[in-house]
Every structure is written in structure tokens, then in C-alpha cells.
Design a protein around this ligand. Structure first.
Ligand SMILES: Nc1ncnc2c1ncn2[C@@H]1O[C@H](COP(=O)(O)OP(=O)(O)OP(=O)(O)O)[C@@H](O)[C@H]1O
Length: 235
């Protein structure tokens, strides 16, 4: 079955088991172009597994995942890897940066690996670091930076190639409360200003006020979706 035209991501009846132990039991959802979707739920409810299936890191045992007109669930591992590299961005719960590289070099990595010229990659990475308010850290190495600054560099790296979809799995988990709010705002603002679809898995209750929509999971199933007023950050 082909997905609706206005959904950039679409999942139908997705099941996934980790080594025989069920994590998703028939999740269906659609994500519109430019939408910011929060996926919430208690520990072990399947949030990370759902992001893994939507982003092509995991292949559902049953069900379908589509990215635009592309059936992610039937792609070869190489095609899924290419899709993740070219069209998706990923931010995890701990910023995995290369210690030997400076902040801008870390942020520029996806462009450099894709063959972009050094000068253009540097300029684009610096622009993202500025947008994320860490331009003054550009020449520092990760060990000289705070965790919140490192996480912003990881966000810059995930956005530098302007992905269609940014997946963020517990992006604020290691941060203090004030930093959490800032990182969430940074992520959602960057998504909105560049029409990037953002899917955030989180326990953080603040995210629901920044997202357009929240999908809650319980025991691998959708417990109900809410459609609150999209809370514009500029409002
Ligand atoms: N690699 C794995 N091997 C075995 N079981 C796993 C694995 N990853 C997750 N699980 C199990 O699958 C279920 C869903 O886990 P998942 O990490 O997707 O939930 P989550 O909502 O993201 O949890 P958390 O909030 O703790 O990150 C849980 O029961 C978990 O123990």
C-alpha cells in the first residue's frame, strides 16, 4: 500500500522484536513534511525502536515504513545506509564527537565525507554553529567544551547537510534542566526555520509544548495521539 502524498514518513502496523522479545506491536503513524513530532512514553515503551524502524536502522519484522515514495522496509542494507546518510540526520543521547577534530571539523564531517569541498564544508559548518549559538566554540576540541555545547555540535553535524528528516533519540537525556530547554528549542527552531521534519523520542515533558503533535507509546503500542495547538516558538 502506498503512503498518503502529504506524509514524508509513514508507518503501518510496524512490529519489531529484539532477539525474540517484542518491542513494537503494530504501530501506525504518518509524519507530515516539516512537522515536529514528539514520541513519548515510559522507559521500554518502544520509542528508540520506533525511531530505529522509521530511520531504516532496524527492519520491522512485520509492517511497512515509507519515506516519501520509498519503501524503507524493503530496501537493501546499502540503500538504507545511503538513505540515512543522504536524507536523514540523527542526534542521540550522547554527543559522539571525534576528539581529535575541532567543533567545526566535527560539524562538517557529513559534508566532507560526501565529497564537498573543504572551503564550502567549513563555511556551512560555521554557519550552523553560529545558528546554534556556539560559533565561538568553532575552533575548540570536544574535551574543552561543556556537554550542552558538545550536544549542539552533534546537532549541527546532524543538520549540516540539510536532511529531510532529523531523528533525535532522547537528545536532552544527559543535560541539566536549563540546558535541556535550550537544546530542545534549538532543535525545533532549526527544524522549523529550514522546513526539516523532526521526530524526537523523549521523556522530556517540555518537548510536547514545542512539538506540533505528540504520539505516546505504551508497551510497544500507540496509546493515543494528541493534536494540540502547534506552539510556535516565536509566539
Ligand atoms: N538491543 C536490544 N536487545 C534486547 N532488547 C532490547 C534492545 N533494545 C531494546 N530492547 C527492549 O525493547 C523494548 C523497547 O525498548 P526501547 O529502547 O525501544 O524503548 P524506549 O521507550 O526507547 O526506552 P527508553 O526510554 O528506556 O530508551 C524494551 O523492553 C527493551 O528492553
Amino acid at each position: 500500500m502506498a503512503p498518503p502524498d502529504n506524509d514524508v514518513l509513514w508507518a503501518r502496523d510496524v512490529h519489531y522484536a529484539h532477539h525474540g522479545s517484542p518491542a513494537l506491536l503494530g504501530v501506525s503513524l504518518g509524519v507530515r513534511q516539516g512537522e515536529i513530532l514528539a514520541v513519548t512514553g515510559p522507559r521500554g515503551s518502544g520509542k528508540s525502536t520506533l525511531l530505529g524502524c522509521l530511520s531504516g536502522q532496524l527492519v520491522p519484522g512485520r509492517g511497512e515504513v515509507w519515506f516519501n515514495s520509498m519503501p524503507v522496509h524493503t530496501l537493501t542494507p546499502t540503500s538504507r545506509e545511503r538513505l540515512r546518510r543522504d536524507r536523514f540526520g540523527w542526534v542521540g543521547d550522547t554527543p559522539q564527537l571525534v576528539a581529535e577534530l575541532t567543533a567545526w571539523e566535527n560539524a562538517a564531517l557529513p559534508l566532507l565525507l560526501a565529497g564537498c569541498g573543504h572551503r564550502k564544508a567549513r563555511r556551512t559548518a560555521l554557519e550552523w554553529l553560529e545558528r546554534l549559538d556556539i560559533g565561538d566554540c568553532a575552533r575548540k576540541r570536544p574535551t574543552a567544551l561543556l556537554q550542552a555545547q558538545r550536544q549542539r555540535i552533534a546537532i549541527a553535524r546532524a543538520l549540516v547537510h540539510q536532511p529531510d528528516v532529523l531523528f533525535a533519540d532522547e537528545p536532552t537525556a544527559p543535560l541539566h534542566r536549563a540546558d535541556r530547554a535550550q537544546v530542545l528549542r534549538t532543535l525545533t527552531t532549526a527544524g522549523r526555520s529550514h522546513s526539516i521534519t523532526v521526530v524526537i523520542a523523549t521523556h522530556d515533558t517540555q518537548v510536547s509544548t514545542l512539538a506540533d503533535r505528540t504520539v505516546a507509546l505504551v508497551d510497544g503500542r500507540e496509546s493515543g495521539a494528541t493534536n494540540p495547538a502547534a506552539c510556535s516558538l516565536s509566539a
